[in-house]
Ligand binder design. Structure first.
Ligand code: GLA
Length: 399
């Protein structure tokens, strides 16, 4: 696990000691796990349309310490959040707003039980995170998949990584009420240092692609805007895509996902979609899928300038056709794109707030952050968060 901690970040080498301070006992039975955040380099809002996506796990982690108990109690505590959430392994877990982050964990337990996993006792958990919560780099999937992996390894369920990803997604759908795609959970489960993955969301086939950026770095820019409408708008976009697919199928177009259309095929069949908004949603998906293929090629060829322009095009399409950006993300992207040493920038993740990424020359990262921060604060009245990242590892056990 690579880690370059700044002074405000949690140091995972303290986790066992913190666990003992919290729950008592000795260190022997405590198991430690890490789970990364992710960026999506390109391929946004197309995982649920059978598209190809190009995400990378990054070297910002959430940590889970877990120990079995002699009784059937479940205790959750976090270094960042106050209080203890207490349950029993025999509970019938259901979503409850007051349970806060514990819902993500209970959602996983409910899915594990639905799969037939049997628990012989309860357990206690202490978590710590260096992933900004609700920030668009998938803190929720990091929590779900990290916890699912920790429980699976601790109780000997030995669930493989792709199944861990599916458990996380099922928990979002059935427990949290968000009809997300599989991208976040997948990359968080299978990610590897120095790579991104090209994931075909129709087949779940994936390949590791070396993330060779030379003198360039991905800088994550956090709008620090609460994404209050994100879940409902997300489900709405997904609904619009399903509607479009049905119209096309009813008109004899033989596809089972929107991203099976090439741009040329879309231009041929777009006449079937009368609603202008729905048509723009499809246009985004089809062209975004093509941009992913182009971006993978550009990276293979070492053509970072081309990759940068594709990032810019992606953002424009997410703004104008898919309409999931907003003033904060647009300000970050536009300001970033005009900085010296920046090859391209776009929002990443669901949008409506959250984070953007920029591809920036390593010697310019300092001035880049300063300039973008200044303009962002002038426009929005509050500060953005920035950090430069490298690709990291998927969920893992560590000592
Ligand atoms: C969220 C979802 C993903 C994906 C992105 C948009 O992060 O969890 O499945 O749809 O939004 O690309």
């Amino acid at each position: 696990m690579s880690n370059s901690l700044t002074k405000n970040e949690y140091n995972p080498s303290e986790l066992k000691d913190d666990f003992i301070k919290t729950y008592g006992g000795t260190k022997d039975e405590i198991k430690l796990f890490s789970s990364p955040a992710r960026i999506n380099i390109i391929g946004e809002h197309i995982d649920y349309n059978g598209g190809k996506v190009f995400p990378a796990a990054i070297n910002r982690y959430l940590y889970v310490a877990i120990r079995k108990r002699l009784d059937t109690k479940i205790l959750y505590k976090s270094i960042q959040f106050e209080g203890t959430h207490q349950f029993d392994i025999n509970d019938n877990f259901t979503y409850d707003k007051k349970d806060d982050y514990a819902n993500y964990l209970n959602g996983i337990l409910s899915q594990l039980k639905a799969k037939g996993c049997k628990f012989d006792c309860g357990f206690e958990v202490l978590m710590a995170s260096n992933v900004p919560a609700g920030g668009g780099i998938s803190s929720s999937s990091a929590l779900e998949c990290g916890f699912a992996y920790a429980v699976s390894e601790t109780f000997g369920f030995n669930i493989d990584r792709v199944e861990i990803a599916k458990l996380g997604q099922m928990s979002e759908h059935r427990f949290m009420g968000v009809n997300c795609g599989i991208m976040d959970q997948f990359i968080i489960s299978v990610g590897k240092e120095k790579t991104a993955i090209v994931l075909d969301c129709n087949t779940l086939k994936y390949e590791y692609a070396p993330l060779e950026l030379g003198d360039y770095r991905f800088v994550v820019m956090n709008t620090n805007k609460q994404r209050r409408l994100a879940d409902s708008k997300y489900n709405e976009r997904r609904g619009q895509c399903e509607e479009a697919l049905k119209i096309l199928q009813d008109n004899g177009i033989k596809i089972n996902a929107l991203c099976q259309l090439t741009p040329a095929q879309w231009e041929d069949c777009k006449k079937h979609i009368a609603d202008e908004t729905i048509a723009r949603r499809v246009r985004h998906c089809v062209y975004e899928n093509q941009r992913v293929l182009d971006a993978v090629e550009a990276l293979k060829a070492g053509d970072l300038a081309r990759l940068g322009s594709l990032l810019n095009e992606s953002h424009k399409s997410l703004d104008e056709d898919y309409e999931v950006t907003g003033i904060e993300l647009n300000t970050l992207a536009a300001t970033a794109q005009k900085q010296e040493g920046c090859l391209g920038a776009r929002m990443t993740g669901a949008g409506f707030g959250g984070c953007a990424i920029a591809l920036v020359h390593k010697d310019k990262v300092g001035s880049f952050i300063e300039n973008v921060q200044k303009e962002y604060t002038e426009t929005t009245g509050y500060a953005a968060g920035f950090f430069s990242c490298e690709s990291g590892n998927g969920v893992a056990h560590f000592n």
